[in-house]
Design a protein around this ligand. Structure first.
Ligand code: V47
Ligand code: SF4
Length: 359
């Protein structure tokens, strides 16, 4: 059934949207996985990456209130929080003792706060950089950058250049959700459009920042919407080459306005594998263990993924929505998780340079 797609993949030909649809509609998970694994092996050998990182969410107060988001609150609502820059520095100092080793990257994303000025975000980045000069700061989704440029009354390029000068090192891939307008208007009517998300990322790449890309799947979208999303990312990557990793995000339904169901392991593996096959120009596919769970992440490493993210330490977005994992893993646990899959654990930096290979 999938023979001609297999021939295309093995001869390095690009898959079309029709090929991707045939893969999604196929029940032959093992063939899809085997093909994705062969592509991943060609790109990254037997390596499976992790990073010593920490997530920080400066605030959950958000003017958007996306219908799938259980993390956000309105200002004054019970459970709303705001961190000060001191709180953030304290968290970064504390984590070293929890993890018993220094992290190399901090990942910062939060809500669109109605009251914080642009200067606050700049000071946040520059203070972190001053306190921890060697720490890589990966911060602000395209949705946040769009918002910051509005409150700063600057164009996108100048906003990004200013943050880069303060110490911003790269951007995470959140906020992409599903680009198709008919789905996006049901998921997150207040959020920037898919086209604007792509525009912000293109400007970030032009300003010299690497970014990731995500796709939130398993809610009300169908396969065509996932494929449209992947095709748009592939097209932009052809133009800029600025995406480092693609991360399919499995929808978590608890405490959300949209509700719904958890994804199945089969759907998770299929989505990882097909992403690997379609995004032939993206080097890394990340199986985000926080959302997939440890065992599906292990399987994902044999279904096209080559990265499982990292130590995380504190995670609020998925855990507000019924995340089933713990919030952190030690290096030992990550190394063990990866080695049990037959892959070689590699601690990486924020640009996928090897820091330590655990052979
Ligand atoms: O933008 C929100 C998603 C994203 C839910 O770039 C949800 O390395 C599932 O982008 N169920 C934030 N997903 C997380 C993210 C991320 C995570 C890890 C690594 C990287 C990276 C990026 O989480 C949001 C949104 O798309 N999200 N609510 C939910 N209920
Ligand atoms: Fe706000 Fe992001 Fe949650 Fe949407 S997903 S409500 S933009 S924090």
């Amino acid at each position: 059934m999938l023979k001609n797609i297999e021939d295309k993949i093995l001869s390095g030909k690009r898959l079309t949207a029709c090929d991707a649809l045939r893969l999604f509609e196929s029940d032959d998970l093992f063939t899809i996985g085997r093909l994705a694994d062969s592509v991943a092996r060609k790109k990254n050998g037997k390596k499976a990456y992790f990073i010593k990182n920490r997530h920080i969410n400066p605030t959950n107060i958000c003017i958007n209130r996306c219908r799938f988001c259980a993390f956000s609150r309105s200002q004054g609502q019970e459970g709303a929080f705001e961190l000060t820059i001191k709180d953030i520095i304290r968290k970064l100092k504390d984590q070293n003792s929890k993890l018993k080793t220094a992290i190399s990257e901090v990942h910062i994303v939060g809500g669109l706060h109605p009251g914080w000025p642009f200067e606050f975000y700049r000071e946040m980045i520059s203070t972190i950089k001053k306190e921890f000069p060697r720490l890589h700061i990966k911060a602000f989704t395209a949705v946040e950058i769009d918002y910051l440029s509005k409150i700063a009354e600057l164009d996108l390029y100048s906003t990004i250049v200013a943050l880069k000068a303060d110490g911003l090192g790269s951007m995470p891939g959140g906020g992409a959700e599903i680009f198709a307008p008919e789905i996006r208007e049901q998921l997150c009517p207040e959020k920037i459009s898919g086209d604007r998300w792509l525009e912000v990322i293109e400007v970030a790449h032009k300003a010299g920042l690497k970014t990731n890309a995500t796709m939130l799947y398993g809610h009300i979208e169908d396969y065509r919407h996932r494929i449209d999303h992947l095709m748009k990312l592939r097209k932009l990557q052809d133009k800029t080459g600025g995406f480092q990793a693609f991360i399919p995000l499995a929808y978590h339904p608890r405490n959300t306005e949209m509700q719904g169901r958890y994804t199945s392991g089969i759907e998770d593996l299929k989505t990882i594998a097909i992403s690997r096959l379609v995004l032939d120009n993206v080097d890394h596919i990340k199986a985000y263990w926080i959302m997939l769970g440890e065992k599906i992440s292990q399987l994902a490493l044999r279904f096209g993924a080559d990265d499982i993210d990292g130590t995380i330490i504190e995670e609020k977005i998925t855990h507000s929505a019924g995340g089933l994992t713990s919030e952190q893993m030690t290096v030992d646990q990550l190394v063990n998780l990866i080695s049990k899959t037959g892959r070689v654990p590699v601690e990486r930096d924020s640009f996928y340079k090897s820091i330590k290979v655990y052979s």
